[in-house]
Design a protein around this ligand. Structure first.
Ligand code: GLY
Ligand code: MN
Ligand code: MN
Length: 439
């Protein structure tokens, strides 16, 4: 029978193989700290993404150590069992049960970490660690190194280098394995259902936060612990505020509602934007802009396939948007000029996508040796063109305050890409039909 944490064990082995192939050493990967919100209340705990990727271990106060060299092994440091604390705060695995459950070679109480790490670093060439991300951890590692150096008179050699462990983990995280793809498909489906629920619930005079509540209901009742990022529920002019999260305005008849919201599931994000009329029917000018953005999104999705460069979907979307902006009288000049001079950025000021995974803006470089990266099967990215038109004297009034974004999550496949968020309707006909059926 395969171990229930087999994907995590396989990732640790890959990382250990990398460490061995690059001269050995010890990798140290702590999880995230618990963060106080105010007085005795904490923010919801979420494990560090790198730590989760390698362990699946859900508790705070834990560190993974991978030891290279002659006796390669994985060691988890975690909280000890504690009946008193478990009565107040809930179950703790403890080192003994954690060893079997999470498939590590050893586990120890976190209280011994500072002492044990000095032993583990002795005679090792390199510390593989993400320096510069957490000042307290940087200090802890440097202090440990100092204590190993104190032993040099006893004939022990201290590590001579600190290597950035994120670089290798980012490359691994960029290609999602089957286990990750399945989670991401589920997260995408829950979020698509949430957007359908939001469309059904929308009506003039309701508040944006009422619609946000529908999204949260859909996420939580499907088992998602929380949204992957702050939900944007932006009606009317708010749709032109890219990071609007206040969500407290009363929605008016005749306006559009832009919702950018996705749940997190088992540590993985989904990220969907849909834009639809509050009253269920697109007006003429809204249709023009909406269909333009939809065409741009289709063009970008067509350009998303193995061998394409990272920027190809963006270039495809910009070509369609620039043409449409000229055709609709939003911009003057030739399409080539509008693209070359960047005039389209007045109405389309962000990029067409980002990597998606455990982090909504996920790990992974976009360029390799100065060139845009080639897409490969297993990569997941968003495709999210938009058009945002603020009132201005040189813009036809019919377009004022129209903000549209359409965002799907794309898994690159051997043939092209799979839009894993496709269950959220996005053609005008499909959106109007869904909203009519529930009116
Ligand atoms: N929701 C964040 C983004 O779309 O990038
Ligand atoms: Mn996005
Ligand atoms: Mn988004």
């Amino acid at each position: 029978m395969t171990h229930p944490y087999a994907p995590f064990i396989a990732r640790r082995q890959r990382l250990l193989d990398h460490i061995q192939q690059t001269g050995g050493g010890v990798a140290i990967i702590p999880t995230a700290p618990e963060v106080v919100r105010n007085r005795d209340a904490h923010f919801p705990f979420r494990p560090d993404s790198y730590f989760h990727y390698l362990t699946g271990f859900p508790e705070p106060e834990a560190v993974l150590v991978l030891v290279g060299g002659d006796n390669p092994r994985s060691i988890l440091f975690c909280r000890e069992k504690n009946e008193e604390r478990e009565i107040w705060d809930g179950y703790r695995w403890g080192p003994e049960a954690a060893t079997a459950q999470f498939g590590v070679n050893e586990a120890h109480a976190i209280a011994y970490f500072d002492e044990k790490i000095v032993e583990l670093l002795a005679d090792q060439p390199t510390i593989h660690f993400a320096m510069g991300h957490d000042a307290a951890w940087d200090k802890r590692i440097i202090d440990a190194l100092g204590r190993v150096r104190e032993k040099t008179r006893a004939g022990i050699t201290a590590p001579g280098a600190i290597a950035d462990i994120h670089a290798v983990l980012d490359e691994m995280r960029l290609i999602k394995d089957d286990f990750e793809q399945n989670i991401m498909r589920k997260a995408a489906q829950i979020s698509a259902g949430a957007h359908r629920r939001a469309m059904r619930a929308s009506a003039p005079d309701r508040f944006e936060y009422e619609i946000e509540a529908e999204l949260l209901h859909a996420f939580r009742s499907a088992g998602s612990p929380f949204p992957a990022y702050s939900s944007i529920v932006a009606s009317g002019p708010n749709a032109c505020v890219l990071h609007y999260v206040t969500n407290d305005r009363r929605m008016r008849d005749g306006e559009l509602l832009l919702i950018d919201a996705g749940c997190e599931l088992d540590g993985y994000a989904s990220d969907i934007t849909r834009t639809f009329p509050v009253n269920g029917t697109f007006s003429g000018a809204q249709r023009d802009i909406y269909n333009l953005v939809l065409d741009a999104q289709r063009a970008a999705a067509e350009a998303t396939r193995p061998g394409a460069l990272w920027n190809d979907p963006h270039d495809a979307a910009v070509a369609v948007l620039a043409q449409g902006m000229v055709d609709l009288g939003l911009l003057k000049g030739s399409v080539d000029e509008v693209i070359e001079k960047g005039d389209y950025r007045r109405f389309y000021m962000h990029r067409t996508g980002h990597w998606l995974g455990m982090d909504v803006h996920d790990a992974g470089e976009y360029k390799v040796h100065g060139d845009w990266r080639e897409l490969e099967p297993g990569m997941v990215l968003t495709i999210e063109p938009g058009c945002y038109i603020r009132p201005a004297d040189d813009v036809p009034e019919a377009f004022w305050n129209i903000g549209v974004r359409i965002e799907d999550d794309a898994l690159v496949t051997p043939e092209g890409c799979e839009l894993i968020t496709a269950d959220a309707p996005k053609t005008i006909d499909d959106i109007e039909a869904l909203m009519r059926d529930t009116a």
